[in-house]
Design a protein around this ligand. Structure first.
Ligand SMILES: CC(C)(COP(=O)(O)OP(=O)(O)OC[C@H]1O[C@@H](n2cnc3c(N)ncnc32)[C@H](O)[C@@H]1OP(=O)(O)O)[C@@H](O)C(=O)NCCC(=O)NCCS
Length: 464
């Protein structure tokens, strides 16, 4: 955001009026929606100016390999919320994970950032005050209830249906009450799209704990779902719905977990799917339901489930405290069996994922003697050399999924098939922020061009 606070303050009343919001000169903290309404007009001008100056310039070559190779590295999308550097890892609005751990508001007595603050940062580019974050917690608690028919959909799912499929079903069904879909049917002007998209996005994030909690209790037991406590933060409520509200370390873990899993620039499968489906003006529930289906793939979010399955199999085969030699042999047997080592490698990163490092630091602080944590550390010392020797993976280092399951397991959340649901709750923060800005900036329908192999051959034959 490239404008001064003075300009902002002077434009506040008119910007708010344009967004259908009331300007208040009282001391109450500015809400996220009010702040957004202030930021949007200048950002629209910023994008216009960038396109006017650079719109017709080429932006890097496109290689034929990229057409066949899953578009790796192809510059094709804009998203200001987070940017991924191959060597350094993710930055959220320019801030690294250690930066946000320091700067974002914490819960009373807590040390990890509150995901509410991360969402505010993703949406506005600014660090919120403690008060603003508390208001967001309250707002989400007030929106948390899910319609009865969605509860029934979940209750009727067989427990054998994968939790991610249940999750995606429920999120898609929330579209029944979409403010955006309703406003669109009623003929809302393009300029106002972002308002109901914001409301849907807030509802989406707010309702995920009740969906995730219901799936967990339906599939794994644990009795009736407790009510949301409007005096507590989002992560505490989610932990409580899962049955871990009384464990402060687990609640802290969830705060860190949601924050670091929230966004990973725009091109990953879930973020891009959300944006792509949203570009058809499908509402945030439909767009995020689609994103969840992508997150459910083993090369993406399901990898955190796969890591734990792999670690458990390893332990049952070679024991809980195996020698390096036995672990090496197990890793090689995975590769020789034509499988990937889950939790290692990345399409963009070329170093250890800082999200892995943040979780390792959490483990060192809270569970240094845990056997599974020690095994995760032992594997870290062995896998990269083996992947390098095998010679295929471009990045032999661990990603976020190599660590998360070991932490959840430590606190008793041992149901690995459920892990990607927590990733899904978290990733909604990034996708929702992106959808709001796409509607605010009038992002068009996505429609890249596809080619046939014969067309590629002909183009280059004609050129030679
Ligand atoms: C994340 C991932 C999908 C990235 O894929 P990518 O961008 O195609 O990665 P690369 O360009 O390095 O792949 C080149 C080759 O190395 C292989 N490779 C990459 N990571 C590997 C791993 N962890 N174990 C074994 N082989 C791996 C690929 O399968 C590919 O093999 P192929 O040429 O036979 O198809 C890949 O590293 C992977 O499958 N990792 C394990 C799953 C995982 O942890 N996913 C979560 C990501 S956050």
């Amino acid at each position: 955001m490239s404008f001064t606070r003075a300009l902002l303050n002077s434009s506040r009343p008119s910007a708010l009026r344009a967004a259908g919001l009331r300007f208040s000169s009282t001391a109450r903290p500015v809400t996220l929606k009010e702040r957004l309404a202030e930021l949007i007009p200048a950002e629209i001008e910023n994008v216009k100016a960038t396109r006017a100056e650079h719109g017709k310039k080429a932006f890097g070559p496109v290689l034929v390999d990229q057409l066949y190779g899953g578009m790796r590295g192809l510059p094709a999308l804009i998203w200001d919320g987070s940017v991924l550097d191959a060597e350094e890892g993710i930055r959220f609005r320019g801030k690294t994970i250690p930066d946000i751990q320091k700067a974002l508001p914490k819960a009373p007595g807590g040390q990890e950032p509150l995901p509410e603050g991360l969402f505010w940062l993703l949406v506005t580019g600014e660090i919120p005050t403690q008060e603003q974050v508390a208001e967001l917690s309250k707002d989400w608690a007030a929106r948390a209830a899910i319609p009865e028919f969605v509860e029934e959909i979940l209750d009727r799912c067989p427990p054998t249906l994968h939790p991610m499929s249940q999750f995606s079903l429920a999120v898609t069904a929330l579209n029944h009450n979409s403010a955006f879909a309703k406003a669109y049917q009623e003929g809302i002007s393009k300029k106002e799209y972002w308002g109901p998209t914001f409301e849907d996005s807030m509802d989406l994030i707010a309702k995920l704990p009740n969906i995730a909690g219901r799936i967990y209790r339906n599939v794994y037991g644990g009795g009736k779902l407790p009510a949301i406590d409007a005096t507590k933060d989002y992560s505490w409520n989610l932990a409580n719905l899962l049955g871990f509200g009384e464990n402060p370390a687990f609640v802290e873990l969830l705060r860190l977990y949601i924050t670091i899993h929230s966004d990973h620039e725009g091109g990953n499968v879930s973020a891009h799917t959300g944006k792509l489906v949203g570009s058809a003006l499908s509402d945030p529930f439909l767009a995020y339901g689609a994103a969840l289906n992508g997150l459910a793939g083993p090369l993406h979010g399901l990898a955190n489930q796969e890591v734990l399955v792999w670690l458990r199999k390893m332990q049952s085969k070679i024991g809980e405290e195996p020698t390096d030699e036995a672990v090496k042999e197990y890793i090689w047997s995975t590769l020789k069996g034509g499988q990937v080592v889950p939790g290692y490698g990345h399409a963009v990163l070329r170093k250890t994922d800082p999200r892995y490092t943040a979780q390792r630091e959490f483990a060192l602080k809270h569970l240094p003697e845990d056997k599974m944590f020690k095994l995760v550390g032992q594997i870290y010392n062995l896998v990269p050399d083996i992947l390098l020797e095998a010679g295929k993976a471009k990045n032999p280092w661990p990603n976020v999924d190599a660590h998360s399951g070991a932490l959840l397991t430590h606190y008793g959340l041992t149901q690995m098939q459920y892990y990607t649901v927590l990733f899904g709750v978290s990733r909604a923060f990034g996708v929702a922020a992106q959808l709001i800005w796409d509607r605010a900036l009038g992002a068009p329908l996505e429609r890249p061009k596809s080619y046939s192999t014969s067309a590629i051959q002909k183009i280059f034959k004609d050129k030679s």
